[in-house]
Design a protein around this ligand. Structure first.
Ligand code: HEM
Length: 254
C-alpha cells in the first residue's frame, strides 16, 4: 500500500491552494512511529490479531451448543468464573471485553487514517480502474464490510449479551437465547448473520493476507500457500460460526 501512496504522491498534481507538506520521513519523526503509515499498519495487524484470536475462541466455544443445553450454559457460566476466586467474579471476562473494545477502536482509527492518507496522496482519481488489488475490490470489501461487521456486532450485543432484542428475555439462559433468537420465525435474523459472517470471512481473508505482507512473509514461493492459508482459516471460521444459527433455524438444534 505504501507503494501506491508514494506513486500517487509523486505523479498526481497537488492543488495549489494547499500549503506544501513536509516529506513523509520528517512527518514521521515529528509524530512518532504511530503516526507513520508503518506504525498504523502495525496497529492494524496487532489489533486484528487480537480479534482473530478472540473469534477463534468464540467460534470454538459456540460449538458447545451441539453438546446440549447443560454443557452450553455451563460453558457460558465458566467464562464469567475464569480466575475466580483468585480474582473477583467476571474480572477476566471484563478484561477481555476492554481489550476487544480498545482493539476495535484502534483498528478502525488506523484504517480510517490510512485511507485518508492514501486519498490525500492521490488527490486526482485514477483515470482507469485501478489494477492493484489494494486499491480496488479489496478496499471496497474492507470498507463496506467493516461497516456491516460493526452494525452486526452492535445488533449481536443487543441480542445475546444485553438481551434487549431477544425474545427469550433477560432472565433466560444463554442456550435459550440462541434457540429462540434463531428460531425459524426469525429467519431474517439468521439471514443477517449469514451476510455479516460472509463479510467477516472476506474481511479476515484480506486482513490476514495484508498482515502476512506487512510482516514481509508473503514474497515469492510463499505467496500461494499463504493466500491459501488466509482463505482456509477464514472459511473454517465462517463455517464454524454459521453452523450454529443455521442448525437452529432448520431445526437440528432445539
Ligand atoms: C453465529 C455466530 C455467533 C454466535 C452464535 C455468537 C454467540 C454469542 C453469544 C451467545 C454471546 C453471549 C455470550 C455470553 O454472554 O455468555 C456472544 C457474545 C459476543 N459475541 Fe458472538 N456469536 C457469533 C458471532 C460473533 C462474531 C462474528 C463476532 C465478532 C465479529 C462476535 C462478537 C461477540 C462479542 C464481542 C460478544 C460479547 C462478549 C462479551 O460479552 O464479553 N460474535 N456471542
Amino acid at each position: 500500500m505504501t507503494a501506491t501512496i508514494e506513486r500517487g504522491a509523486a505523479t498526481a498534481p497537488v492543488a495549489s491552494h494547499e500549503p506544501p507538506r513536509p516529506p513523509t520521513a520528517a512527518r514521521n519523526r515529528k509524530g512518532g512511529f504511530f503516526r507513520s503509515s508503518n506504525g498504523k499498519k502495525a496497529v492494524m495487524a496487532v489489533t486484528g490479531a487480537v480479534m482473530v484470536l478472540y473469534l477463534i475462541a468464540h467460534m470454538a466455544g459456540n460449538l458447545k451448543i451441539f453438546f446440549g443445553a447443560t454443557d452450553f450454559n455451563e460453558y457460558a457460566a465458566f467464562l464469567r468464573e475464569i480466575g475466580h476466586p483468585l480474582v473477583p467474579y467476571r474480572t477476566v471476562l471484563t478484561l477481555v471485553e476492554v481489550v476487544l473494545a480498545v482493539s476495535v477502536v484502534l483498528h478502525m482509527w488506523s484504517a480510517v487514517s490510512l485511507a485518508r492518507r492514501a486519498s490525500r496522496a492521490r488527490p486526482v482519481k485514477y483515470a482507469a480502474r485501478p489494477k492493484s488489488q489494494a486499491s480496488g475490490y479489496a478496499v471496497q470489501t474492507m470498507r463496506y464490510g467493516g461497516v456491516i461487521i460493526l452494525l452486526f456486532v452492535i445488533w449481536h450485543l443487543l441480542d445475546l449479551t444485553f438481551v434487549a432484542v431477544n425474545p427469550a428475555g433477560p432472565n433466560s439462559e444463554p442456550y435459550q437465547r440462541l434457540v429462540q433468537g434463531f428460531a425459524i420465525g426469525r429467519w431474517p435474523v439468521t439471514l443477517f448473520y449469514v451476510v455479516a459472517l460472509l463479510m467477516v470471512g472476506l474481511h479476515l481473508r484480506h486482513g490476514l493476507w495484508s498482515a502476512f505482507q506487512t510482516l514481509g512473509l508473503a514474497g515469492g514461493r510463499r505467496e500461494r500457500p499463504l493466500k491459501l492459508a488466509a482463505a482456509g482459516i477464514s472459511a473454517l471460521l465462517v463455517l464454524g460460526f454459521l453452523s450454529v444459527p443455521l442448525s437452529i433455524t432448520i431445526g437440528l438444534v432445539k
